[in-house]
Every structure is written in structure tokens, then in C-alpha cells.
Design a protein around this ligand. Structure first.
Ligand code: IMP
Length: 197
């Protein structure tokens, strides 16, 4: 089986390939000039579907698309689907982190629970006429201050459960990839699609 990943991000493509290789699934990225639709959905599911359908319109082949976000308990699930632009359109990762930390300035340690969620959407597989969704979650807490330089996004302020206190940004890519929301969603997806004919 072959899947086209609806992304222009080489790091993401590598992460998909690392896991889907184990199931003998060939993975390809989008051509660099392939347009990506705007993420106008109000949920991760909607955005993953929008991206998957957008790529299917071009390739007419089996596609997988993902959408992820950080959901903070004390903020009612914010920034959620707006994680990439929490501090406004075009915001940098640093601006988004600063906004989150300031919104949480009065939230005590034990109430700083949060989780990363990833939703994958597969469309265009001949034997499956409706879109299929797979979810991966990693739970943890938001730190008071950023720690570490690795990774991206909210990694410097997220300590996953089970960590020795290090944020995602203080872990090697291998350590993060072993427990990330994306890896978990990919493992769930692989478990299901490897049963498909
Ligand atoms: P995307 O859907 O994977 O592009 O993620 C949307 C936004 O969620 C990113 O721009 C980040 O702000 C945040 N995010 C998603 N996954 C991660 C992660 O693994 N670490 C840190 N931030 C993430």
C-alpha cells in the first residue's frame, strides 16, 4: 500500500515514514508546488479532513493528513485547533508560548494539566469509501518557564507524564517520537490499515 502524506514539512514526513515503514507502507510527500487548503475547520478532525480532501483532489490516490494541537485544561481546551496562531495570525512559536504562559500566570502547579492531540484522516483508499480518523494523545503539564531548545511549537513548556521533569524540548527526537501524540496516532492507524485488503 502507498499513502501520500498531505504535508510540505520534511520532518513530519520522516516521522510518518519511520512508523509506517514498519507496516510495509510506502510513504510519499506532496510535490513542493502542490497547494494546501486553508485550515478553516473548528476541530482537528475537520482540518485533517480538509487537508486530506484537498490532496485527494490533486492526486486521486490514498492520502493521509494530520492536524494537531495543544489542549490546556484550565483554559477550557485552548489553544486547541488554534494552536499555530494562538497569539494571532502569523504568530511565532515564541509568541504563542508567551501568550499561553501569561494566560496561565495565576494557574497553580497541580492545575496546569494539558495534552497534545493528533488526528489523522485517511481518504481515497479503494476498499474504504468514507474517511477514517485516528487519534493519538500525550498527557502532561505546562511549565512555568520555557526549558530546552529542541523541537518546535509548545515543546519547551510541555512536560509529558512519565518524564523525569524534562520538557519535550529537552528530549532527543527519538525520546519524543517514542511517546508523541503523532506517533501514537500513527501506531493506531497502522494497526487498523494493516488489516485492510
Ligand atoms: P500541526 O497541525 O502539526 O501543524 O500543529 C499545529 C500547531 O500545534 C503547531 O504549530 C504547534 O504550535 C502545535 N503542535 C502540534 N504538535 C506539536 C508538538 O509535537 N510539539 C509542540 N507543538 C506542537
Amino acid at each position: 500500500m502507498k499513502l501520500i502524506v498531505a504535508t510540505h514539512n520534511p520532518g513530519k514526513l520522516q516521522e510518518f515514514r519511520r512508523i509506517l515503514d514498519l507496516g510495509g507502507i510506502d510513504v510519499e510527500g506532496l510535490a513542493s508546488d502542490a497547494p494546501m487548503p486553508e485550515e478553516v475547520g473548528t476541530s482537528l478532525e475537520e482540518n485533517a479532513l480538509i487537508k486530506a480532501r484537498g490532496a485527494f483532489e490533486i492526486y486521486r490516490e490514498a492520502i493521509v493528513a494530520d492536524d494537531s494541537g495543544l489542549f490546556v485544561d484550565s483554559l477550557g481546551g485552548q489553544p486547541g485547533v488554534l494552536s499555530a496562531r494562538y497569539a494571532g495570525p502569523g504568530a511565532t512559536d515564541g509568541e504563542n508560548r508567551s501568550k499561553l504562559l501569561s494566560e496561565m500566570a495565576l494557574v497553580a502547579g497541580e492545575n496546569r494539566r494539558a495534552e497534545f492531540r493528533c488526528v489523522l484522516c485517511v481518504v481515497g483508499v479503494e476498499s474504504h469509501s468514507t474517511p477514517e480518523f485516528y487519534v493519538g494523545v500525550v498527557k502532561g503539564r505546562i511549565t512555568e518557564l520555557p526549558m530546552g531548545d529542541a523541537g518546535f511549537g509548545y515543546d519547551p513548556i510541555f512536560v509529558p507524564d512519565g518524564s523525569d521533569g524534562r520538557t519535550f524540548a529537552q528530549m532527543s527526537p527519538q525520546e519524543k517520537n517514542a511517546i508523541s501524540h503523532r506517533a501514537r496516532a500513527l501506531e493506531v492507524m497502522l494497526g487498523e490499515i494493516s488489516k485492510w485488503s
